[in-house]
Design a protein around this ligand. Structure first.
Ligand SMILES: Nc1ncnc2c1ncn2[C@@H]1O[C@H](COP(=O)(O)OP(=O)(O)O)[C@@H](O)[C@H]1O
Ligand SMILES: [Mg+2]
Length: 462
């Protein structure tokens, strides 16, 4: 919260007015109107309500504003009035279980929540020096994540996937089964149908009860879609300030970037990287850095990133990967085999897993990863029946444990899971693997001694 002196500094004279000089695409340019970037303005129209808009930049002597709805009815010379420069959002516990728009208004058909507190809409990320280390794990409620890609409270992860491979279902499961105190979900740029489907099918009443959902659909103007991400973040920050462990789920970061691309191009920025203007790459870290741990609480965040044609080197995916503490890769190959959640464990990584797990847990995860890698490396041979059992003990174990591993990684939508269960299940698989490996090694040694050889490839058991 700002003190009075700081608040006064942010106050601008709202009597500032200008007039519409021209329109270009979705934007209007206003003459004699030195309002700052980010300010909210109103364009007066004859015969209809004033049109709200946001200042996005300047061009020559004109101020470029991006309206919150279509420019219908706007004429040259219409008066433009500065409405607000500093942006605040009403917040409170009454938001839980509600679906809000980018400005924090309820859009679920129920009465507006009565909110007693307020928070700044565009806060700066906490300073690097004030951030405590991330040292405790968060149960996400998804076994494959908790066991093999454990996340810390305050960690930022990306979920990279093409369309239709199970992002929304995965986010819904996390919201329902996580042990976070509060879940904030930002749905940015989705189609309207997807939003309803997510809230009713994937989230369900149980998930919604401890969540706040912020929605801006694809048909809304780009500024609203960008603001929705900021609103979801500001709400998460409010709960973190109250000492809560918050889980923030943002779907999707790619559509947030696309919205900022529209704004940047409209404000006159040059497209640089594959059509994206520089502001997109400046805005991404500003948003992502706001998540994390603070002295009071934590925001653990999962941002989905759409990977076009499953191409991992798409510019947004590339930029985002460097800003996050890990990534979960959803594979179309697994989804097509109905293996859900379609997490490709070997392609995914949680950078903070070593900080938030015991040595024993890490060793068990390593054993499982090595078995999966051994299986993957020999999959071609195995599938055509050319692999000869007994030629590699690690592959033999991987083959034998294939079904139990699949069963461990698979999780039905209605099946809850806890961090403790995920760790215990992993330890059981490790013990089974160690036993089998012992047996296979003994058999191989027997076979080898009768054939006059001795060396056997080894798998670090535990
Ligand atoms: N855990 C799961 N169990 C069973 N089916 C799933 C699971 N996850 C996804 N699916 C199937 O995949 C479809 C697409 O998933 P969805 O989450 O909507 O994809 P995305 O959000 O990535 O476009 C779902 O309609 C469902 O049939
Ligand atoms: Mg989806």
């Amino acid at each position: 919260m700002l003190d009075l002196a700081q608040q006064l500094e942010t106050v601008m004279p709202t009597a500032l007015t200008g007039s519409v000089a021209r329109t270009v695409g979705m934007t209007a340019s206003v003459a004699d109107f030195p309002a700052p970037v980010g300010a909210l303005v109103e364009i007066e129209r004859k015969g209809s309500a004033p049109l709200r808009a946001q200042v996005v930049g300047f061009h020559d002597k004109l101020t470029v504003v991006y309206p919150f709805s279509g420019l219908d009815g706007v004429r040259r010379g219409n008066r433009v009035r500065l409405a607000r420069t500093s942006r605040w959002l009403r917040v409170g516990d009454e938001m839980l279980g509600r679906v809000l728009d980018a400005e924090g208004n309820a859009v679920d058909g129920k009465p507006q929540p009565c909110l007693a507190e307020r928070t700044r809409f565009d806060r700066q990320p906490p300073h690097a020096c004030t951030r405590p280390n991330i040292d405790a794990a968060l149960g996400t409620g998804v076994r494959a994540l908790d066991g093999l890609l454990t996340c810390g409270r305050g960690q930022r992860m990306g979920i990279f996937a093409g369309s239709g491979v199970g992002k929304s279902v995965l986010l819904g499961m996390m919201a329902r089964y996580t042990d976070a105190d509060v879940i904030v979900i930002g749905l940015v740029g989705e189609r309207g149908r997807e939003v309803n489907e997510f809230i009713e099918r994937d989230l369900g009443p149980a998930g919604l009860a401890k969540s706040v959902v912020v929605v801006a659909t694809s048909n809304e103007p780009a500024v609203i879609r960008v603001n929705a991400a900021g609103t979801a973040m500001a709400i998460a920050e409010h709960f973190r300030d109250q000492g809560k462990d918050v889980l923030l789920l943002m779907d999707s970061l790619t559509r947030f970037a696309l919205a900022q691309r529209e704004i940047g191009l409209a404000a006159g920025e040059p497209p640089t990287t594959r059509g994206y203007p520089p502001s997109v790459f400046a805005l991404l870290p500003r948003l992502l850095e706001r998540a994390g741990r603070s002295p009071e609480g934590s925001i653990t965040a999962f941002f989905t990133v759409l990977v076009e044609a499953d191409d991992p080197n798409e510019p947004i995916a590339d930029a985002v990967r460097g800003l996050l503490d890990g990534h979960v890769w959803l594979s179309r190959r697994l989804a097509s085999k109905s293996q859900y959640p379609a997490i490709d464990v070997l392609e995914s990584l949680s950078r903070l897993m070593p900080e938030v797990t015991t040595r024993e847990h890490q060793q068990a995860a390593t054993v499982l990863r090595e078995l999966m890698a051994a299986y993957r490396d020999h999959e071609d041979l195995i599938s055509i029946g050319a692999y000869r059992r007994g030629s590699n003990p690690a592959v033999d174990v991987a083959l034998e444990l294939q079904e139990p591993i699949k069963k461990y990684l698979a999780q039905r939508v209605e099946e809850p899971s806890t961090l403790e269960e995920a760790v215990a299940g992993l330890a059981a698989l490790r013990d089974q693997a160690a036993q089998m490996l012992g047996r296979h090694k003994a058999q191989a040694a027997q076979g080898a001694s009768s054939a006059g050889q001795s060396a056997v490839p080894s798998l670090p058991a535990n």
